[in-house]
Design a protein around this ligand. Structure first.
Ligand SMILES: Nc1ncnc2c1ncn2[C@@H]1O[C@H](COP(=O)(O)OP(=O)(O)OP(=O)(O)O)[C@@H](O)[C@H]1O
Ligand SMILES: CC(C)(CO)[C@@H](O)C(=O)NCCC(=O)O
Ligand SMILES: [K+]
Length: 278
């Protein structure tokens, strides 16, 4: 999705950028309404350097998305709210004059540790503030993470492991004779006991990730019988389809929402001051 429609009320327009390890995730908001969300590759530094010279939002979007469709009415430069887990990228984006970087101290989640990823904190905050706490967020991104908070909005903790794509890539890259298994949309679950190398890799990665997700969900519900669970990330649909086939009972209550981080940012900047972003 790209920002192609024409917002009428442009006073409180703002852009959110989540800098992930694999790609960039964008959202265009008007006040608290998410107008459009889309993903792009990471941008070359030369493109980002141009952003300092942009005079309008239209200029900005044309620089960022050379192939995109654009807003037709001319809009002023708006704030860019950045949440990043890639420090080298965070620095580059500050060249845009209206950048505000969201840091962990701005998330009211209690009990956090200093190196907790801002994406994990924001996704948990966005999910909990939208659907309620206790909340467990599963992020099926570059890394697969579990991040949870109790009814007092206090971090319970979580876990980090290589995501689906990273597991395939590591096996392909760090071994002498394993092929790189591409992340395709496997139409159905792989054979459990495989009789060729590619299927053996697919089986190993997929079934252990699914078993791991199931185990974390069960442990979470043991801890908080009323705990809620939300799932996001680039591999969410694939994993959900497999989970649905393998463990339908644990899949049913899952809240599927890709934009949790944007909701987290929105709650923070709208919640802090009644005046919103300005
Ligand atoms: N179009 C796509 N481009 C890149 N990765 C994709 C795409 N569609 C699905 N994926 C999958 O998404 C995963 C990465 O997820 P995501 O894009 O959420 O990660 P990310 O950019 O690191 O963001 P985050 O840091 O929030 O996890 C990869 O394992 C990949 O298989
Ligand atoms: C785990 C990732 C890579 C997930 O994007 C990110 O949240 C991160 O870099 N976290 C820092 C370590 C931590 O959250 O404990
Ligand atoms: K690193």
């Amino acid at each position: 999705m790209k920002p192609h429609k024409h917002p009428e009320h442009t006073d409180n327009i703002w852009l959110a950028l989540e800098i992930g390890n694999s790609r960039l995730h964008w959202a265009l908001f008007i006040d608290e309404t998410l107008y459009s969300a889309w993903d792009t590759d990471h941008l070359p530094e030369s493109v980002i350097q141009h952003l300092a010279e942009c005079q309008t939002l239209n200029d900005l979007l044309e620089n960022i998305f050379p192939q995109g469709e654009f807003l037709t009415n001319t809009l002023p430069l708006c704030p860019l709210l950045v949440a990043s887990v890639v420090p080298s990228q965070t620095a580059i984006w500050q060249i845009y004059p209206n950048t505000r970087v969201i840091t962990l101290d701005q998330v009211s989640l209690k009990g956090v540790y200093p190196t907790l990823g801002i994406d994990r904190a924001l996704a948990l905050w966005g999910a909990g503030k939208t659907w309620g706490f206790p909340m467990l967020v599963i992020d099926a991104g570059t890394a697969l993470t579990f991040t949870a908070a109790d009814a007092n909005e206090c971090l319970v903790g979580g876990a980090i492991l290589p995501g689906l794509g990273l597991q395939f890539a590591t096996l392909g890259q760090q071994t002498g004779q394993l092929p790189l298994v591409e992340m395709q949309n496997f139409p159905s679950l792989p054979a459990r006991f495989a009789l060729n190398t590619t299927e053996a890799i697919q089986s190993g990665v997929v079934y252990t990730i699914l078993a791991g997700i199931k185990d974390f969900i069960e442990a979470w519900l043991q801890l908080f019988a009323d705990g809620k669970i939300a799932i996001k990330g680039g591999d969410r649909t694939l994993l959900l389809n497999y989970l649905q086939a393998l463990y339908p009972e644990i899949t049913a209550p899952l809240i599927v929402e890709q934009n949790l981080i944007f909701w987290g940012i929105c709650k923070i900047i709208m919640g802090d001051s009644k005046e919103g972003i300005k």
